[in-house]
Design a protein around this ligand. Structure first.
Ligand SMILES: *Cc1c(COP(=O)(O)O)cnc(C)c1O
Length: 351
């Protein structure tokens, strides 16, 4: 059709499958297998029809913002809250990556980055990870229009030391550096304390993984008040009411009740350590993971085959038919019981 010439064409991000069958073992999208903080369910009964009638509060003026600011010991002007970190990251791409120079990110990383860059017509350049899947800080020293990487990286699980993160931020004072810390609670050290030193550093986190609330869509960014102001300006230019009233109310206990979510992270970490030795015995190799997932490759069975056979057995993991990673599977760490079923299936497939 003629009108199609005027359409913005994009190749969308492909999320992991969301099977509606409750009996499948879902280890494909890094959801947390444990329930959210106990107070979350109590709050459902308190939701008010009167408040639903009204537009929701501005996220940065809610108790949720207070709770997060208090938990992280930062000012409320240093925090931005959005509809999951995908919303926050997408707005950050739109806001901060306005240069004609390329934005830099790793070649193996969260596969949404190049989608947003294409969508917003942002030039970018991918920097190859080394043989061990590590980011090389020296690759991020060339002139550029901004830098973004997850730490720990996804889907590899590889963690960069804080000193190396700082090296990248310090070498790029003229642009914004975004560190996507979706998995930082599973054993990494956050670079958050650096935001007081570096006004060009934006740290993005989410309730989806460590706080067991992927379904409520809550994410947040922390940085200098100046960065946060620019982010808010763009947000209010796109949609003033991004977060719904229920998410803001139900998110509060998960933001404030710190012990529950730290317990869950501890369980996932211990389960991850067991999983690493478990799959090693079955002929898999993997980089040491600091996320709630492992990125494994089998010594002689193709990843696609294992992926398909697991699926036949009702176990969903993540596979990408993409150069450099098509011999790998990303397996989310589930409960001990789910992992036992996984090992049994893998023994059948690989044994
Ligand atoms: C899961 C994930 C996100 C997005 O999570 P939201 O559910 O949108 O908060 C962002 N970055 C990485 C690296 C992720 O794995």
């Amino acid at each position: 059709m003629k009108w199609e010439e005027n359409v913005r064409k994009v190749v969308p991000y492909t999320p992991g499958e969301q099977p509606q069958d409750q009996n499948v073992i879902k280890l494909n999208t890094n959801e947390n297998p444990y329930p959210p903080a106990p107070g979350v369910m109590d709050r459902i009964a308190e939701l008010s029809p009167e408040r639903m009638r009204l537009y929701p509060a501005f996220p940065e003026q809610t108790q949720l913002a207070w709770a997060l600011a208090e938990y992280y010991q930062i000012d409320r002007e240093q925090i931005f809250i959005g509809v999951g970190s995908d919303d926050v990251l997408s707005l950050a791409f739109m806001t901060f990556f306005q240069s004609k120079r390329p934005v830099l990110f790793p070649d193996i990383t969260y596969s949404f980055y190049d989608v947003w860059a294409d969508l917003y017509r942002i030039p970018y350049e991918k920097k190859a990870l080394d043989e061990q899947f590590a980011i090389r800080p020296e690759d991020y020293r060339q002139p550029n229009g901004g830098v973004i990487f997850p730490n720990p990286n996804a889907p590899t699980g590889v963690l960069m030391e804080l000193s190396q993160v700082e090296e990248i931020v310090a070498a790029n004072r003229d642009v914004v550096v975004i560190v996507d810390e979706a998995y930082i609670d599973f054993g990494g050290t956050s670079c958050l304390p650096l935001i007081d030193t570096y006004d060009n550093l934006l740290v993005v986190q989410t309730f989806s993984k460590s706080r067991s609330m992927a379904g409520m869509r809550i994410g947040y960014a922390m940085g200098s008040p100046r960065l946060i102001k620019y982010l808010n300006d763009v947000k209010y230019a796109v949609n003033s009411y991004t977060m719904n009233y229920a998410a803001l109310q139900l998110g509060l206990p998960a933001g404030a009740e710190v012990t529950s979510f730290m317990d869950c992270c501890g369980w996932s970490v211990r389960c991850r350590e067991r999983a690493q030795s478990g799959v090693q015995g079955l002929g898999f190799t993997f980089p040491k993971s600091y996320g709630n997932f492992i990125f494994v490759s089998h010594k002689n069975i193709p990843a696609r085959e294992i992926f398909e056979r697991l699926k036949e057995n009702g176990i969903y993991v993540r596979y990408w038919d993409k150069e450099r990673i098509d011999d790998h599977l990303r397996i989310t760490i589930g409960t001990d019981e789910q992992m036992e079923k996984l090992y049994r299936a893998l023994e059948k497939i690989c044994g």
